[in-house]
Design a protein around this ligand. Structure first.
Ligand code: COA
Length: 335
């Protein structure tokens, strides 16, 4: 046999052996996957069972609340910690998608099964937010300072609709993975998507021209604040990970760090200014809606959206700050 063919056959032999090893490894992998899916089912049904029994037992405890002992008190305390423990366990178990994700993605599993992948997803979400916000900032800048053309405004509004819709999907996935994003922020993005959609349909008339600059300046400011907010939130994420304190997707579970508090006190004036700008937009639009030549339904609708955004943002932010202040005062040593 010629030398060349022998070499090729040797190499092929080598490759065959590697292939056999690969087959074996893959078989083990499939076996483990099957074991994992069995374990997942067992854990999920065990959690449901535990929850049911816990409910029954707490019902019984409530009935005989007159009899107290150290054992009963200890049991009550341990019972209180269980719901949180189940929530954390469930963050690593596959679950059925909620209505929104089922409609958008179908019934595909979106649970990430390790802390690293959860963190990487959240990190990627913050980067996505930052990049999109910078693009929106540049676009609003162009529309505000350089070109006054309805077509470009339409593209900006379309980008805003797309951005907010994408955020709602990503945030639903984050929530499935144990993130504690407050319902309002998700709702905020639905309303913002709707608002940008309505702005998109507003015909290019006198009233649009009057409101245009105010809206573009507001968009510019909001993008700027969102950049600051992204910086603060990814800062929290990195610091807590570096400290090894991060628990699932929660930034603040082990007391609020003083760095975060400094970041927040820096951010808050900008946030509140943005909220009052939303109120101002709402009131301007309501005043505009009362003009005799106002025929467009978009005026009132956008005014209403701005007002809802103002109320939701303002009260949720106040509630978040109060909650953080309280947890800071409760754990002074951890700061
Ligand atoms: N959008 C998306 N996610 C948000 C969010 C927001 N506005 N605010 C908080 N979250 C997320 C956090 O990332 C965290 O997620 P995790 O559990 O996956 O880690 C979770 O919700 C809990 O965060 P929380 O501790 O309540 O707040 P925070 O310290 O991360 O941020 C604020 C606090 C006040 C800075 C933040 O809520 C905020 O920026 N709010 C104002 C937004 C606003 O008003 N925008 C309009 C500006 S004009």
């Amino acid at each position: 046999m010629p030398q060349g063919s022998t070499n090729i056959l040797d190499e092929w032999q080598c490759l065959e052996e590697e292939y056999l090893k690969l087959q074996e490894t893959h078989r083990t992998y499939l076996q483990k996957l099957e074991e994992i899916s069995k374990l997942q089912k067992t854990c999920s049904s065990s959690i449901s069972h535990q929850r049911r029994r816990l409910k029954e037992i707490s019902h019984l405890v409530n009935k005989c609340s007159t009899e107290t002992s150290d054992d009963i008190d200890g049991m009550k305390n341990r019972m209180k910690t269980r719901p949180n423990a189940f929530f954390e366990m469930e963050a690593f178990l596959p679950k059925k998608n909620g209505l929104y994700l089922s409609l958008v993605l179908g019934n595909v599993n979106v649970t990430l099964l390790s802390k690293q992948s959860k963190f990487a997803y959240k990190d990627e979400y913050e980067t996505f937010k930052l990049c999109s916000t910078v693009i929106l900032l540049l676009f609003s800048c162009i529309c505000y300072f350089f070109v006054s053309y309805r077509f470009l405004d339409a593209i900006l509004n379309f980008l805003l609709v797309w951005y907010y819709c994408t955020l709602t999907i990503r945030e639903s996935i984050l929530i499935t993975n144990g993130s504690r994003i407050k319902g309002w922020w998700v709702f905020h993005h639905y309303i913002s998507a709707f608002l940008s959609g309505v702005m998109l349909t507003w015909p290019d008339g006198n009233l649009y021209k009057i409101f245009r600059n105010q809206f573009l300046a507001y968009s510019l400011y909001q993008s700027f604040v969102q950049c600051l907010q992204c910086y603060y939130q990814s800062g929290c994420l990195y610091r807590l990970r570096a400290l090894g304190e991060r628990h699932n997707m929660d930034l603040t579970v082990e007391g609020f760090q003083s760095w975060m508090w400094k970041g927040l006190t820096f951010l808050l004036p900008f946030l509140f200014f943005g909220h009052f700008w939303q109120l101002f937009n709402g009131l301007s639009l309501f005043r505009m809606a009362q003009l005799p030549d106002c025929k467009e339904w978009q005026v009132l609708m956008c005014g209403l959206c701005f007002l809802i955004l103002f109320m939701g943002n303002f009260f949720t932010t106040v509630a978040v700050v109060r909650q953080k202040l309280r947890s800071r005062n409760q754990k002074p040593k951890s700061l």
